[in-house]
Design a protein around this ligand. Structure first.
Ligand code: UDP
Length: 344
């Protein structure tokens, strides 16, 4: 019988891509989401891609009773936890809302998983835990830096909580094994253009801002800072294709479910290992899609790190996963998705 994976926050950008890859790898999936930050577009897109209906549960993971019920209603073998608020700026303005939601929901998931014999928990962490690193690329051993926003703090706290729960439950009936995936910058969309990122309001992230500018929803992209100590003066990041990133979850879940883990809690960087500057990304977008983007240089954005990219060799070696898609293919997929949602 196929193993069943619960994807919390599964109607969102990353969750929907992960759902598709899990189904294609032969897992059963239950998608649960409180729909606080998305509509059903991506969930419906997932069902179109896989060609069938999927179980969907509208659940707020801050509700302990509803979370527990979900684990009684389904025999869940592993849970991938995405359900969280993710806007850095908003988290600075509304810290209580962020701590309550991001920590509360994860605690409920851990409690219910442990109580119902679901031993495998994968947490979606972020390269934000490294802050401004002293050395690049960063490995999983690179020290974490103090978080610069409540959002970043919730990622670090959830990492610590999972580590503590793994230690405390080791050898018990409610044993939890954990995997933390630290994502770099996920971009792009599924090649079908049926699922992708749907930012509400003005996008904070670079690629949605680029595609919305190209389609005419925004007048002009501001490139934040041209005086960074990098080769062309703009910040460098590790942009990872969303489908590549989604596939990393399949490798990680398989490792957990096949009993291959060597430690109770394992951590992996999910990136390409390739630094790309903002200007390089803009130029690549223009070239691959054959268009000109309206952009200007603007002052630095508060809180941005100069340069960060992954050393993904641990994930490559231990999980057997590598990022395969070129940044050009990924930017073409992002543009195809923007045109799809614009109905063009
Ligand atoms: N960026 C930019 N203009 C924008 C949005 C982002 O120049 O409208 C830059 C930002 O300064 C950073 C990079 O693009 O150097 C990636 O930003 P994003 O918000 O996508 O991800 P982050 O690395 O901050 O998580």
């Amino acid at each position: 019988m196929a193993k069943c994976v619960l994807v919390s926050g599964g109607a969102g950008f990353i969750g929907s891509h992960v759902t598709v890859e899990l189904i294609e790898a032969g897992y059963d999936v239950v998608v649960a989401d409180n729909m606080s930050n998305c509509d059903m577009t991506c969930f419906e897109g997932v069902q179109k891609i896989i060609g069938r209906k999927l179980p969907f549960e509208k659940v707020d993971f801050c509700d302990a009773v509803a979370t527990d019920k979900l684990f009684s209603d389904y025999k869940i073998d592993a849970v991938i936890h995405f359900a969280a608020f993710k806007a850095v700026g908003e988290s600075v303005e509304k810290p209580v809302r962020y701590y309550k939601n991001n920590l509360g929901s994860f605690l409920n998931v851990l409690e219910a998983a442990s109580a119902h014999g679901c031993h495998n928990v994968l947490f979606s962490s972020s390269a934000t835990v490294y802050g401004e690193p002293d050395k690049v690329p960063v490995t999983e051993e690179t020290p974490r830096k103090p978080a610069t926003s409540p959002y970043g703090a919730t990622k670090q706290m959830c990492e610590d909580i999972l580590n503590d729960v793994v230690k405390a439950t080791a050898g018990t009936e409610g044993e939890i094994r954990g995997i933390l995936l630290r994502y770099f910058n996920p971009i792009g969309a599924h090649p079908s253009a049926l699922i992708g990122e749907l930012p509400r309001g003005v996008p904070n992230n670079l690629v949605p801002f680029i595609t919305q500018t190209a389609i005419g929803k925004r007048a002009c992209l501001s490139i934040f800072g041209d005086d960074y100590p990098t080769p062309d003066g703009t910040c460098q990041r590790d942009y990872i294709d969303i489908v590549d990133l989604a596939q990393a979850h399949v490798y990680a879940v398989r490792r957990m479910l096949d009993g291959k883990m060597e430690k109770g809690c394992e951590v992996y960087n999910i990136g390409t290992g390739r630094p790309v500057s903002v200007l390089e990304l803009v130029n690549a977008f223009e070239k691959v899609n054959g268009l000109k983007l309206n952009y200007k240089f603007a002052p630095r954005r508060a809180g941005d790190v100069t340069a960060i990219w992954a050393d993904p060799s641990l994930a490559n070696k231990v999980l057997g996963w590598t990022a395969k898609r070129s940044v050009e293919d990924t930017l073409a997929s992002a543009w195809a998705w923007e045109k799809h949602i614009a109905g063009k």
